[in-house]
Design a protein around this ligand. Structure first.
Ligand code: TXA
Ligand code: MG
Length: 357
C-alpha cells in the first residue's frame, strides 16, 4: 500500500483533505491523524474488518482494547449503554480534551474494539483536525496511538511514517502535537472510579471536578505499569535499554555521571535523557565522554515546566534511540501535574529498571 500524506494547517485544515480522509474511514481504510495528545491510527469503530487492520498494522496484540473517538459528547450514547452522573460531569468539564472515560458498552461496539470486555473507552479529542475528521466521517473512530507496538507514541507525522509507512492509507500531517503524552483514562465501571492511566488532564484537575476518583496506586497497587488493564509492561520502549533514576536531583546527577563513566569505559554507547537543568549540571563530567563519542545527551523539557517535559518526552526518546546508543540513563521529574504522566511513561520504558538513589 502507498501511504498518502496530506499536510493540513492545524488551525484551519483544508476541508477537501479532511473529506478525503473521512471518506477513507467510511470505506474501511486506516487514517492516522493528529490529536492534542499524540497521533492516532484511526478506523471506523463499528466496522470489525477495519478495526482488524489497526491491530495488523501496529502488530498490536488483540487483547489490548482501543479507545473510541467521538466528534462531541452528544455521541456518547452511540457507544455507552449507561452514563453515570459523575462521568457526565467529567466529560462536560474536560471534553473536548485529553480525557478518556471507560463505560459499559452498547452491543453495536464490536468485541474486537474492546478486546472482549463489556466496557468501552471513549474520548472526544480537542484537536481541530481530529474533530473535523470525526464530524465528516460521521462514525465513531477507534484509534490507538499511531506507533508500532512497544515503540514510543508519535508526536509528529514523521514518527507515524517511521513506524507505519506502507501500513496506513492516509496520514493527516498537522504538525507536532501540543500535549505530547496520551489522554488520562478514568474507569467509571468500578466504584469508586479509578484513574487507569495518568495523562493530559492532571489528577488534581480531575479530582477538583469528581473528588471520588482515585489513582490506581491508592487502591494498594504500587506498580504503575499495572494500572491500565491491557497495558503491557513493555510499553513506550526504546530499542536501547533504559534505566530510570529516582531520588534527590543531586543524587541522581551524581549517579548518572558515575554510571555513564563506568559504562562508557566498558565500551557501551550511553544516552543521557534529562531535563535541561540536569544536563547543565552534568556537563563538566559528561562533555569529555560526549567528545569521545561514548555519550549522547538529549534534553526533555525543564524541571520548572513539566508540560514542556511531557510535550518533548516521546520525540526525545525516539531521537536518542536513533543515535544507536545501547543504554539510556534517564533522570525523573517530580510526579506533580503532568509530571505524573511523564513518570508513568518513563517507568514503562524502563520496564522495571528503576534505580532509587
Ligand atoms: O491520547 C490518547 O489516548 C491517544 C490518542 C490517539 O487518542 N490514544 C491512545 O490509545 O493512547 P492507546 O491504544 O495507545 O492506549 C489506550 C489505552 C490502552 O492501554 C488500553 O489498554 C486502554 O486504553 N483501554 C482501551 N479500552 C479499554 C477498555 N475498554 N477497558 C480498559 N482499558 C482500555
Ligand atoms: Mg499506545
Amino acid at each position: 500500500m502507498i501511504t498518502r500524506v496530506l499536510k493540513v494547517d492545524s488551525a484551519q485544515p483544508d476541508p477537501a483533505f479532511i473529506e478525503e480522509a473521512a471518506a477513507a474511514l467510511r470505506e474501511g481504510k486506516l487514517v492516522a491523524f493528529p490529536t492534542e495528545t499524540v497521533y492516532g491510527l484511526g478506523a471506523n469503530a463499528l466496522d470489525p474488518a477495519a478495526v482488524a487492520k489497526i491491530f495488523a498494522a501496529k502488530e498490536r496484540p488483540a487483547i489490548d482494547p482501543l479507545i473510541v473517538h467521538l466528534a462531541h459528547i452528544g455521541q456518547i450514547s452511540m457507544c455507552a449503554s449507561h452514563v453515570p452522573p459523575a462521568a457526565r460531569k467529567l466529560g462536560l468539564a474536560f471534553w473536548a480534551g485529553p480525557l478518556t472515560i471507560i463505560l459499559p458498552k452498547k452491543p453495536q461496539v464490536p468485541d474486537s474494539v474492546t478486546a472482549g470486555r463489556p466496557n468501552v473507552a471513549l474520548r472526544v479529542p480537542a484537536h481541530r483536525v481530529a474533530r473535523a475528521l470525526m464530524e465528516l466521517a460521521g462514525v465513531p473512530v477507534a484509534a490507538p496511538s499511531a506507533n508500532r507496538f512497544s515503540r514510543p507514541s508519535p508526536t509528529t507525522a514523521a514518527h507515524v511514517l517511521a513506524d507505519l509507512e506502507g501500513r496506513v492509507d492516509v496520514v493527516l500531517d498537522g504538525g507536532a502535537t501540543d500535549i505530547g503524552v496520551e489522554s488520562t483514562i478514568i474507569d467509571f465501571t468500578v466504584e469508586p472510579p479509578v484513574m487507569r492511566r495518568p495523562g493530559g488532564v492532571t489528577l488534581e484537575q480531575i479530582q477538583a471536578v469528581v473528588p471520588e476518583v482515585v489513582a490506581a496506586v491508592q487502591r494498594g497497587r504500587t506498580d504503575v505499569a499495572q494500572i491500565a488493564p491491557g497495558q503491557l509492561t513493555r510499553h513506550y520502549a526504546p530499542r536501547a535499554e533504559l534505566t530510570l533514576y529516582q531520588g534527590a536531583v543531586e543524587r541522581m546527577i551524581e549517579q548518572v555521571a558515575a554510571d555513564a563513566r563506568t559504562m562508557a569505559a566498558q565500551g557501551a554507547r550511553v544516552g543521557i535523557l534529562a531535563p535541561e537543568e540536569d544536563l547543565l549540571a552534568l556537563a563538566p563530567e559528561v562533555a569529555p565522554l560526549a567528545a569521545a563519542g561514548r555519550v549522547e545527551v538529549q534534553p526533555y523539557g525543564s524541571r520548572t515546566d513539566p508540560a514542556r517535559s511531557a510535550r518533548e518526552l516521546f520525540a526525545a526518546l525516539r531521537s536518542l534511540d536513533g543515535t544507536g546508543v545501547t543504554h539510556i540513563l534517564a533522570t525523573s521529574i517530580n510526579p506533580d501535574g503532568l509530571g505524573l504522566a511523564v513518570q508513568d511513561r518513563l517507568t514503562r520504558a524502563a520496564d522495571g529498571r528503576v534505580r532509587r538513589v
